[in-house]
Design a protein around this ligand. Structure first.
Ligand code: PGA
Length: 236
């Protein structure tokens, strides 16, 4: 059973998010598709959507707090309002664009795991590390597990090489399987691949050994494409 997740990033409005979610929900409701589907909209588009059990809304980010004085952030008090119990942690844009350190990332992980949230935890190396070879790449990825309880029961991992995110350059099947097999041998959790997954390659990628699904940005933002992605992976 594939796990398929859409990360909206800084895209869609309240109106277009609602239309997207209702459309995907109708599609899942009228099909026998059992895939686990996640949508991570912008926090301004959270709402109390009535969805089928295999469609879950999550937060792209939140601070490690219930409430308080953290300008620009949200905490669990805001997530609770919409019964959101799923969160992305460690996304490369949080790490590399917004400058979140491993220490902050781990703190967030501990906070949300103690509350029982489903966590999609992202790891992945930048291009200059990939170019140094597999040993350095794995070393870099291991560092992203420092402070993270990899036995946490509600954990899904996502391997997303930074050089493949939003670039149109998907990692090769060999790149994906070699990293996935090592991570899988150490941590027995579902492991998604992310980084320029497209309608045309999602089935092939999700069928690879050690790949349990996909975390998709760009190619998931048009609802017809996202439904096609779900359709293409429904039998895996
Ligand atoms: P992309 O983003 O599909 O646009 O490469 C993936 C992600 O950031 O999760």
């Amino acid at each position: 059973m594939a796990i398929i997740a859409s990360n909206f990033k800084t895209n869609h409005t309240r109106k277009s998010t609602a239309s997207f979610i209702n459309n995907v929900n109708d599609y899942l409701n009228s099909s026998a598709i059992k895939s686990e589907v996640y949508v991570f909209p912008s926090s301004t588009s959270f709402d109390s959507f009535n969805t089928v059990s295999n469609l879950t809304l999550g937060a792209q980010n939140a601070y490690a707090t219930a409430k308080g004085s953290f300008t620009g952030e949200i905490g669990t008090e805001q997530l609770d309002e919409f019964a959101i119990k799923t969160i992305l942690i460690g996304h490369s844009e949080r790490r590399h664009v917004l400058g979140e350190s491993q220490e902050e990332t781990a703190k967030k992980f501990t906070f949300y795991s103690e509350l029982g949230y489903k966590i999609i935890y992202c790891i992945g190396e930048p291009l200059e590390v990939k170019q140094q070879g597999i040993e350095q790449t794995l070393e870099y990825v291991y560092e992203q597990f420092v402070g993270i309880d990899t036995n946490y029961e509600n954990l899904i991992l996502a391997y997303e090489p930074v050089w493949a995110i939003g670039t149109g350059v998907t990692a090769s099947n060999t790149d994906i399987t070699s990293i996935h097999s090592v991570i899988k041998s150490k941590i027995s959790k579902p492991l998604l691949y992310g980084g320029s997954v497209k309608v045309a390659n999602v089935a092939e990628i999700c069928a690879l050994d050690g790949v349990d699904g996909a975390l998709i940005g760009t190619a998931s933002w048009k609802v017809e494409d996202f439904k096609q992605i779900i359709e293409n992976t429904k039998d895996l």
